[in-house]
Design a protein around this ligand. Structure first.
Ligand code: CDT
Length: 306
């Protein structure tokens, strides 16, 4: 038995006017609750430090860069790292990263229980569009503000558990999960900001959006025999609704904990990493059952071809 007590720290809305310091104080409160409940790892959402700024069209690069972090930790987030170290709790959270070379990524990091960054991921599957799109009910400009991640889907041995990360839209792509599954991943952590309605299809509302999210995460966990934690930033951000639906999923694809609201809310689960072994050595024993001679299109072809 290799048990980890995992906290999924859903965050309620962050308004455009909210400072990083105010947001970090909310993250500290969730961290304290998690420590009280015995967690040794806490996972926060995508772009956890700011509002979901890609819904806003901007042209001024200095305004855009104001949403990005140039170093991690920095003055605003250092208290989070300090408190995590004091509690002996590992953390993972998402933020907009501006590198010293001037590259812009939608990133997430993972620490060990001493507050050292031991893993980084940069979002690969960027949804949305580059230019203002008047046909949409609201904008989703991730392709304008971020470059596709350049780190792939690495996994990290963190305190004896093989962990990987992805971010939001990545969860909908089976390739994301399988690349980590092929490394023997035991825990996939992801955060998301998912609008409660489809900006291009008013017929698709909250229940469909929640279903698609849960379907993606439970399928990814089951098909790769891994634990998964999917954490929302939710609620009404400057008038735009984001869905909740934070879940912790076991390696058989079953939800073991879920949030009930759209505010700051912690859920926890006792997760035995050894439970991954059954699936990994039976129905999803990749070495015995995969037929790579038939999978060539997966990497040689991007779009649909007849
Ligand atoms: N943040 C993020 O990736 N959100 C997307 C919305 C897709 S609609 C353009 C998601 O997959 O949830």
């Amino acid at each position: 038995m290799r048990e980890r007590v995992i906290g999924a720290a859903q965050m309620g809305p962050i308004q455009k006017s909210d400072s990083r310091e105010v947001v970090v104080s909310r993250m500290l409160s969730l961290l304290d609750q998690a420590a009280d409940q015995g967690c040794d790892l806490v996972v926060y959402p995508e772009l956890a430090l700011t509002t979901f700024f890609p819904r806003w069209y901007m042209e001024d690069q200095s305004e855009i860069d104001g949403w990005f972090e140039r170093e991690m930790p920095n003055a605003a987030t250092q208290p989070l790292f300090d408190r995590a170290r004091a509690h002996g709790v590992a953390i993972s959270f998402g933020y907009a990263e501006l590198t010293p070379e001037g590259h812009h990524f939608n990133a997430s990091i993972l620490t060990d229980r001493q507050g050292h960054i031991v893993g980084k991921y940069r979002k690969v599957h960027l949804p949305g569009h580059v230019e203002y799109d008047a046909a949409r009910d609201f904008q989703h400009l991730e392709k304008r503000y971020f470059e596709p991640g350049d780190l792939g889907f690495e996994t990290f041995d963190n305190e004896g558990t093989l962990m990987g990360m992805c971010i939001c839209n990545d969860r909908r792509w089976p390739e994301t999960w399988r690349v980590m599954g092929l490394q023997g991943v035991e825990l996939v952590m992801l955060g998301y900001n998912t609008p409660s309605v489809n900006s291009q299809n008013r017929g698709e509302g909250l229940s469909e959006r929640l279903y698609h999210s849960e379907l993606s995460v439970t399928a990814g966990a089951y098909q790769n025999a891994t634990w998964a934690v999917a954490v929302a930033k939710a609620g009404l951000e400057d008038g735009f609704p984001l869905m909740g639906g934070t879940i912790i999923v076991d390696p058989d694809g079953f939800v073991v904990a879920r949030t009930t609201g759209e505010g700051d809310e912690l859920i926890t689960a006792h997760c035995d990493m050894d439970r991954c072994q059954f699936g990994k050595t039976t129905i999803f024993d990749f070495a015995r059952h995969r037929r790579v001679e038939h999978y060539g299109r997966i990497t040689s072809q991007t779009g649909v071809e007849r």
